[in-house]
Design a protein around this ligand. Structure first.
Ligand code: AHR
Length: 510
């Protein structure tokens, strides 16, 4: 971690101790948490696609039509709602026509963004869209704007979604797929201010408008066009885009990584101090003011909140694992990452009147992934388990709440609550409450006022481990995994919970 950037970094200092109390406001529960908040991202990067998802039908690794069975099962269990593909930076060098037709005829390319690896294009449009059908998730296709043409992207949309007697629909049929796919989410470029073309906001606004005209709705498919958005604190990008192209888009993206800086070491994923951990929480939670500021700008141009904010890349970014290709971004995933996932999801739940989708980066073997693979072996990460435990929040109604709890000072001056929480109500009336005790060494009791919601039964799961650096490896795949939780009870209409130190708990009440 680059301490020079954060000279005030200090141990977490507890501020005044008080009784932990959460008060639900069920009468103010209005916003649905769209399932797309739990979106994933798969880029042609390292072993995310090749080896991680796709091994090809001839592989000795058990697979179904080329998709590895273990990963398919794990992803199905996660109920992933939407999958973004093929990048990332890769998207702006990807020429989709290289990835259709008989695999043996597909041209190879060099993946210039990610380690100079040879890409054989064996995973292309059909392989991706069929995967989405198998997983029951929406595809989110990112188009090539940086090095492609309007014609190329317009034809890709036609190829995927037209059912007519049109040249691209007929080409798709020739390649074995008769019926058009439904493709809702279309990204018009990626990071167009950087790897996606190094454009200025004013210029990209016009480029977006032009692409938006020719990416058409065919045969009942309605595209949801997402403009390349800002990174982190670049509020000017959002301002210019909303001003110049706000009426032409359905969504605009935002990328925010929990990272110590873009040059030099980002710190080890597994070897870090308690200070590093608390620093990470502070950086992770900084996403909240960032989201608020982007939303405030969007509100100026779009007060009715027609345009969505899509946080289509987020998560931790550490140094790659030793002896792996630095361009492949293969990183381990500890309890610290699990906290980043839980705290980030807790933030996203609060802004769903504007934030309609988020996509953690990335699904397999890259950055803060759900799954790690090595040859035929697979492990599920602590982050996977957070997504699994949080799945009941998908499409439930967010319940606003007040939370009084101990606070800590991290990164010199940032105040981090010792408990992070979220709550939602499902269509069947059941409640789901998630609580994270971020303290490494202090168990905490919390009382939850259910605001009159009658609940008789509570059951739950807890994710915890001995050390914050604990993680799952191919030799020790089950070190961190959820267990049944018996520390919660309903007493006189209130929920009382004993949260172990360093734990993430999800409770179901009915
Ligand atoms: O997720 C890895 C990379 O991070 C993506 O390709 C790019 O969009 C971002 O900079």
């Amino acid at each position: 971690m680059n301490r020079l950037l954060f000279p005030l970094l200090a141990c977490a200092l507890p501020l005044a101790a008080q009784q932990n109390q959460m008060t639900l406001h069920a009468d103010k529960a209005v916003d649905i948490i769209p399932k797309e908040i739990y979106g994933q991202f798969a880029e042609h990067l390292g072993s995310c696609i090749y080896g991680g998802i796709w091994v090809g039908p001839e592989s000795s690794i058990p697979n179904t039509d080329g998709y590895r069975n273990d990963v398919l099962t794990a992803l199905k269990d996660l109920h992933i709602p939407v999958l973004r593909w093929p990048g990332g930076c890769f998207a702006d060098e990807y020429h989709w026509m290289d990835g259709i037709g008989p695999r043996e005829n597909r041209p190879k390319m060099v993946n210039n963004n990610w380690g100079g690896t040879v890409e054989d294009n064996s995973f292309g449009t059909h392989e991706f869209l069929n995967l989405c059908e198998i997983l029951g998730c929406e595809p989110y296709v990112s188009g090539n704007v940086g090095s492609g043409t309007v014609e190329e992207l317009a034809k890709w949309v036609e190829y995927m979604t037209s059912d007519g007697d049109s040249p691209m629909a007929n080409l798709r049929r020739k390649n074995g797929r008769d019926k058009a796919w439904k493709v809702k989410y279309l990204g018009v470029g990626n990071e167009s201010w950087g790897c996606g073309g190094d454009m200025r906001a004013e210029y990209y606004s016009d480029v977006f408008r032009r692409y938006a005209v020719y990416c058409r709705n065919y045969d009942g498919n309605r595209l949801y066009k997402i403009a390349t958005g800002a990174s982190d604190y670049d509020y000017n990008w959002t301002e210019v885009l909303m001003k110049n192209a706000g009426t032409k888009m359905n969504g605009i993206s935002l990328h925010y990584y929990t990272v110590s800086g873009w040059s030099g070491s980002k710190g080890s994923a597994t070897k870090f101090t308690d200070d590093d951990y608390y620093w990470t929480l502070g950086k992770c939670l900084e996403i909240e003011p960032v989201i608020r500021k982007h939303i405030a700008i969007m509100d100026k141009y779009d007060p009715k909140r027609r345009v969505s904010l899509m946080v289509d890349e987020w998560g931790t970014w550490w140094d790659v694992e030793p002896q792996t290709n630095p361009g492949h971004l293969f990183q381990q995933n500890t309890m610290r990452d699990a906290f980043v996932a839980a705290l980030s999801l807790n933030v996203f739940h609060k802004y769903t009147s504007r934030v309609k989708m988020t996509n953690i980066a990335q699904v397999v073997n890259v950055l803060q992934s759900m799954i790690l693979t090595k040859g035929p072996d697979m492990v599920l990460t602590p982050t996977y388990y957070v997504f699994q435990m949080y799945a009941p929040h998908q499409n439930a109604t967010f319940i606003p709440f007040d939370l009084q709890c101990d606070k800590m000072v991290v990164r010199g001056d940032r105040v981090v609550p010792a408990i992070s929480a979220t709550a939602s109500k499902a269509a069947d009336g059941s409640l789901c409450i998630s609580l994270a005790n971020v303290c490494l060494d202090k168990a905490q009791k919390i009382t939850v006022d259910l605001d009159g919601i009658a609940a008789k039964k509570v059951e739950g799961k807890v994710l915890k481990s001995k050390y914050i650096t604990d993680h799952n490896t191919f030799d020790d795949p089950n070190r961190v995994e959820p267990a049944a939780f018996d520390g919660a009870r309903i007493v006189k209409g209130k929920l009382e919970v004993d949260l172990p130190a360093m734990s993430i708990v999800t409770l179901h009440l009915n």
